[in-house]
Design a protein around this ligand. Structure first.
Ligand code: BTN
Length: 244
């Protein structure tokens, strides 16, 4: 049976039947002054967006939510929140299912992609973050399988309402951890759920394909690789489907 989702104390739910993209709606509310913890949730999106200009199929049945965050940090640190969000999604997964986090912020369950995270920031003229919209789509009742997907799809199971409650609770907890303990603790937690060090990885950087071995995550969230030509640090790129 469905019920109205209960959010963490102080958080506010904006529930919609249908919207273009919850990220756009959340950004509009943030520009108007909406507080951290404002969550835009839609039953469906007709213009759901993924990373790198892709679309995100968003019919009724899965979770589409965007949370306004006000991290009060300098712009380069906003990317840390992608790791916070990925850990929060991982926290949702029931014990007994294998969670693997993939750089920068994909979440795989039993080898399939269960969620997508699209972080969008507004930066002030002083170089500080005005807000971040953490857009998170979770496959709950079905797993889309699209030809352009780098991983097969996986689903969480249960209901969208329960997933939204769990996600916002986990996000509030991980966010508090980030504020209290800093990125180092988040980085270690993320690494504990990432692929093994030394695993083969391929990363696409525009036209370039970099092949190497996974060597960790640096203190800014960049991917570290050992390649045949020496160590490389990848700030922005797309991990392709080999081991890590
Ligand atoms: C990805 O490409 O993996 C990121 C997908 C992000 C999808 C979510 S669904 C809720 C929010 N609204 C959007 O338009 N996109 C994000």
């Amino acid at each position: 049976m469905t019920h109205a989702p209960v959010l963490p104390d102080g958080w506010t739910l904006v529930a919609l039947d249908s919207v273009g993209s919850t990220n756009d709606e959340a950004a509009r509310l943030a520009d108007g002054g909406a507080a951290e913890g404002t969550v835009v949730w839609a039953r469906e999106q007709v213009g759901g967006r993924g990373r790198r200009g892709r679309s995100w199929a968003s019919p009724v049945g899965n979770l589409y939510s965007s949370t306004i965050l006000r991290p009060e940090c300098a712009a380069p640190r906003a990317a840390e929140l992608g790791f916070v969000a990925a850990l929060a999604v991982g926290d949702l997964v029931p014990a007994g299912r294998a969670v693997r986090l993939k750089w920068p912020n994909d979440v795989l369950v039993d080898g399939g992609k269960v969620a997508g995270i699209l972080l969008e920031s507004a930066i002030g003229q002083d170089g500080r973050v005005e807000h971040v919209v953490a857009g998170i789509g979770v496959n709950v009742t079905f797993a889309p399988q699209l030809p352009e997907m780098r991983y097969p799809g996986a689903k969480l199971g249960g209901t969208v309402e329960v997933a939204l409650e769990g996600l916002t609770r986990a996000l509030a907890t991980r966010l508090a951890e980030w504020r209290r303990d800093g990125f180092e603790v988040i980085r270690e937690a993320w690494l504990a759920k990432a692929g093994p060090l030394g695993a083969d990885v391929d990363v696409r950087l525009g036209e370039e394909l970099v092949r190497g071995r996974f060597a960790g995550l640096d203190r800014e969230g960049a991917l570290l690789l050992e390649t045949p030509t020496g160590p490389r640090k990848i700030v922005s790129g797309e991990l392709l489907g080999r081991a890590a």
